[in-house]
Design a protein around this ligand. Structure first.
Ligand SMILES: O=P(O)(O)OC[C@H]1O[C@H](OP(=O)(O)OP(=O)(O)O)[C@H](O)[C@@H]1O
Ligand SMILES: O=C(O)c1cc(=O)[nH]c(=O)[nH]1
Length: 463
């Protein structure tokens, strides 16, 4: 549909070459005697500003707080200002930062869309998907969810670790999965966060407030955002002596920043982990005998991760990403390599951990499975890597014999030597963060693996 908010913004961005969004945060102190003489200074001020800046903006962003503070006259002016923006061809993003339970969200959505006729709205993600859904009923409208805000205290809550990663990263992934009409608000005062969010949500539209009065760096921000970026600026334009000139200057700055931004897709998140594994010496080349008895020119020793907590934590997050999509009561690690990894994953996702022993103990409690569990519970197996899948299957059988339900094995690396098929034959799905060939490609591209060895291992994989 060509008339959706994002399409209209994209069309203006392309035609006018501007990522600038002009913010309307009216203060009565800014109103001129001429504004007052019209009978509704809120409306006169808004129209005046829109007329001046329209050709420099891809959209406009009135902030409802300032209009609410002005009472009925101001709210009526907001409605008419939005109509004026539409008459000028400007898409309107209403900055309302709403968030409430579904039935209330529904009323908020009607106020924003039916009464005010905004095209898009900013929302809080705190209440989750059902609080956002009412704003997505109309395919022409879009929403921007607060992800990492621009204010100094943004980090009080938004960077708290969840599953080993800052909360805002989960918001980025979760909210963009709700709909392709969900964009994210990421403050231009935190370009690192912008880069992280872009890596996690490569196709999402980003609203990047904080340029101008808040001091955000437009160049660093646009370089981090790469594309699909909207930069709202309010005070630095509206309070300027000459708003037209201020808008033009900002448009030029943003235009230049965008022209030098690298628009190639960001690398996948697991790429850094692959390089870290190489750095800690976990990827070895030579002649090795594997658990299955097969020979291999490459050996991946993920047991080393336990000696590098930063790498282990990053790996645990990759496992957690798979676990997010699965339903389970407990996770189980396969000894030995799977034990420290499984423990780290259990801590990351806050799930109970058990493990099948390699052999039953012949003394003490003589158990085959350590830890607490109840027959009938669902267990996801966490294993370091899979070659033939034999070790994982041995663990699966032990767990199943105890009455546990096991249908999923999660590994960091799939060596693509039959594991997926062998597990599937026993009703088990294999989930892997990376395939061995992906790991090799990343190492080769980073010049950590020479062409000869790269080719040799690929040949081995094909054989
Ligand atoms: O898919 P597969 O063909 O079974 O191969 C993969 C298994 O091989 C390794 O275990 P290994 O027995 O070497 O050692 P560990 O006891 O040190 O974990 C690895 O930890 C996997 O469990
Ligand atoms: O198949 C195996 O035994 C195996 C392969 C590998 O790369 N690393 C490992 O620990 N085991």
């Amino acid at each position: 549909m060509r008339d959706s908010f994002f399409e209209r913004v994209a069309e203006r961005q392309e035609r006018l070459n501007t990522p600038l969004c002009v913010g309307l945060d009216p203060r009565p102190a800014w109103f001129t005697p001429e504004d007052h003489a019209t009978g509704n200074p809120w409306l006169a001020w808004g129209r005046r500003l829109l007329d001046a800046v329209a050709e420099y903006a891809c959209c406009v962003k009135p902030n409802i707080a300032f209009y609410e503070a002005g009472g009925l006259e101001a709210l009526d002016a907001l409605r008419q200002t939005i109509a004026h923006a539409h008459a000028l061809g400007l898409p309107v993003l209403l900055d309302a930062k709403r968030g409430d339970i579904g039935s209330t969200a529904d009323a908020y959505a009607r106020a924003c869309y039916e009464w005010l006729d905004a095209d898009a709205v900013t929302l809080s993600p705190y209440l989750g998907e059902d609080a956002v859904r009412p704003f997505l009923q109309d395919p022409r409208r879009a929403v921007f969810v607060l992800c990492h805000t621009s204010n100094p205290a943004a980090r009080d809550v938004q960077t708290l670790p969840v599953y080993g990663r800052p909360l805002y990263e989960h918001v980025a992934r979760t909210a963009t999965a709700w709909s392709d009409r969900v964009g994210l608000v990421v403050g231009a005062t935190y370009p690192d966060a912008v880069a992280r969010v872009r890596a996690l949500a490569p196709d999402a539209w980003l609203l990047l407030p904080g340029v101008g009065a808040q001091g955000g760096d437009p160049v660093a921000t646009l370089h981090a955002a790469r594309q699909r970026a909207i930069v709202p600026v309010s005070r630095a334009i509206a309070a300027a002596e000459d708003p037209l000139n201020a808008a033009r200057t900002l448009r030029d700055t943003l235009r230049n920043a965008q022209a030098t931004a690298d628009t190639t897709p960001p690398p996948p998140a697991w790429r850094d982990l692959a390089l870290a594994l190489h750095r800690i010496g976990a990827i070895q080349f030579g002649e090795f005998t594997l658990a299955s008895g097969k020979q291999s020119p490459i050996y991946i020793d993920l047991r080393l991760m336990a000696s590098h907590p930063d790498v282990l934590a990053r790996a645990a997050y990759c496992y957690a990403e798979h676990l997010r999509t699965l339903v389970y009561d407990r996770i189980a690690g396969i000894p030995y390599a799977g034990l420290p990894i499984g423990t780290a994953v259990a801590l990351t996702v806050n799930a109970p951990f058990i493990y099948p022993r390699k052999e039953a103990k012949t003394y003490g409690r003589a158990r085959t499975i350590e830890g607490a569990y109840n027959a009938g519970e669902r267990v996801v197996v966490v294993e370091d890597l899979a070659t033939t899948g034999g070790s994982a299957l041995k663990g699966v059988h032990t767990l199943r014999e105890a009455g546990l339900v096991v249908e999923d094995v999660v590994v960091l690396i799939d060596r693509e030597s039959g594991a997926r098929e062998n597990l599937a034959a026993q009703g088990v799905r294999l989930h892997a963060t990376m395939r061995l060939r992906d790991l090799l490609r990343v190492l080769h591209e980073a010049q950590a693996l020479d062409a000869e060895m790269y080719a040799a291992v690929l040949r081995y994989l094909e054989s």
